[in-house]
Design a protein around this ligand. Structure first.
Ligand SMILES: [Cu+2]
Length: 464
């Protein structure tokens, strides 16, 4: 069923959330454009089969129009400026104003028609990674179709046959276009919304760039030595937190379009891999873990009950993937007494800094940074510098986070006696009053002992 009223309903649902409408030719569906890198709360589907929408971390889902029962989307491949984190922007290629492109959400059995307009300076195509579809819709330039030349619009059409987690990306000048950020997420929801139901469903892509400190555009010839590691083309502290209610069943879907694998690690909970790039895993095949490797080209859906309140780190476990650029050329001098050396070198090489001679900490160090460059490790938490970058964010589990509320609740307020403390000869009173072997509970009618101040992450540490 279609009606004139349906025509822009999808877009209307998002207006006011950074979305700019851009009318296309009369016969084409509108191609809305997103102007912000902030996470957009998921709008319920305005028409078509019902589903439980996903939340794209620092991203959004693409509205559609219904045309005689076909879901029509319009992607525009184009150069974009993506804010990687406050203090750094990158000239990337993407879709509809951002990179990665918008998430496409459809329902198992939907007939889907996607218009792709090429506003890049070279030909492109779109491959619908993981889908069952007619061979001529698979998007490999030269093999399945001619390239989409600049200024041209191609149409892809197929039935979303298999529910699950997918990605899309060009299969044309792939090394350049993927190094420039051409990619997006795709979710095909099960026909029965009660199947695989969760309370929160977060999705994002893993990406890597080689952006020289002080510059704005990725070096596209890079094969191995990437220096910027991101979730949905955002680097910590620019990645939004995942905010959930205590005891929510949470799914996090991750797709990897970098050139290396990423062991994704969650603190405080065990999860199971409930979906891969090939579909849902059989329940008898699942086992609990706290880290799962997401190899190149793979998608993984992990699920867990968020039953431990707090601010839990969620990150890639390769430590150089939780650092921002400049990580490569700094010598390790742990155990070396270099008193006076750094000072002398600084006179020769202004950007030089010593990588902690005590095994330590750069999070609090001030160092001169080139323009448009993030500190290697930064981010302020309630107790000081978090000393992370890149692929790192926080799962915030709160008793009072309402269903459907994705707002950041601020830092966790710890119950008295449940924070690691400095030993001063005897435990503080709050620790002594804890029940032996049990979790400390805040005394009835009394607030938590620790007052925390919320400080905004500093994106531009070290600028003078
Ligand atoms: Cu990694």
């Amino acid at each position: 069923m279609s009606s004139r009223r349906d025509f822009f309903t999808g877009a209307a649902a998002l207006v006011g959330a950074g979305l700019v409408s851009r009318a296309g030719a009369a016969t084409l569906p509108e191609a809305p454009v997103m102007t912000t890198a902030a996470t957009q709360p998921p709008p319920p589907p305005p028409n078509g089969r019902p589903y439980n929408p996903v939340v794209t971390l620092n991203g959004w889902s693409l509205p559609w129009r219904m045309n005689n029962g076909v879901k029509e989307f319009h992607l525009i491949a184009e150069p974009v400026v993506r804010e990687i984190a406050p203090g750094m922007k990158a000239n990337l290629w993407g879709y509809n104003g951002q990179s990665p492109g918008p998430t496409i959400e459809v329902v198992e059995g939907d007939r889907v028609r996607i218009f792709v307009t090429n506003k890049l300076p070279e030909h492109t195509s779109v491959h619908w990674h993981g889908q069952r579809l007619p061979n001529g819709m698979d998007g490999v330039t030269g093999l399945n179709q001619p390239g989409i030349q600049p200024g041209k619009t191609f149409v892809y059409e197929f039935v979303a046959r298999r529910p699950g987690t997918f990605m899309y990306h060009p299969h044309a000048d792939e090394m350049v276009q993927m190094a420039m950020g051409m990619m997006g997420f795709w979710v095909t929801h099960p026909k029965n919304p009660a199947h695989h139901r969760v309370d929160r469903d977060f999705v994002f892509l893993l990406n890597a760039y080689d952006i020289e400190p002080g510059s704005y555009t990725p070096r596209v010839n890079e094969m191995l030595d990437f220096n910027l590691w991101t979730f949905n083309s955002r680097a910590f502290p620019g990645i939004d937190t995942m905010n959930v209610r205590q005891n929510d069943r949470v799914r996090i879907r991750v797709g990897n379009l970098t050139m290396t694998n990423h062991p994704i690690h969650l603190h405080g909970h065990e999860f199971e891999v409930t979906g891969t790039d090939g579909g849902w895993t059989r329940p008898e095949s699942r086992w609990p873990e706290v880290t799962t490797d997401v190899a190149v080209g793979q998608m993984r859906a992990i699920e867990f009950i968020a039953d431990e309140p707090g601010d839990w780190a969620f990150h890639c476990h390769k430590s150089h993937h939780t650092m921002n650029a400049m990580g490569h050329d700094v010598p390790t001098l742990i155990g070396v007494d270099h008193r006076g050396v750094a000072e002398k070198i600084t006179k020769l090489v202004p950007d030089y800094m010593v990588m902690g001679d005590k095994g330590g900490s750069m999070g609090d160090m001030e160092m001169p940074l080139p323009e448009n460059t993030l500190p290697m490790m930064s981010g302020q938490g309630p107790f000081g510098g978090v000393e992370m970058g890149g692929m790192f964010t926080v799962l915030k589990v709160r008793k009072d986070q309402r269903a459907g509320d994705y707002k950041d609740p601020g830092w966790y307020k710890h119950a008295a006696g449940t924070v690691a403390y400095e030993w001063k000869g005897e435990p503080p009173a709050a620790v002594r009053s804890q029940p032996p072997g049990g979790q400390a509970m805040p005394a009835a009618g009394k607030g938590p002992e620790v007052e925390v101040t919320v400080r905004k992450p500093k994106g531009h540490q070290g600028h003078h």
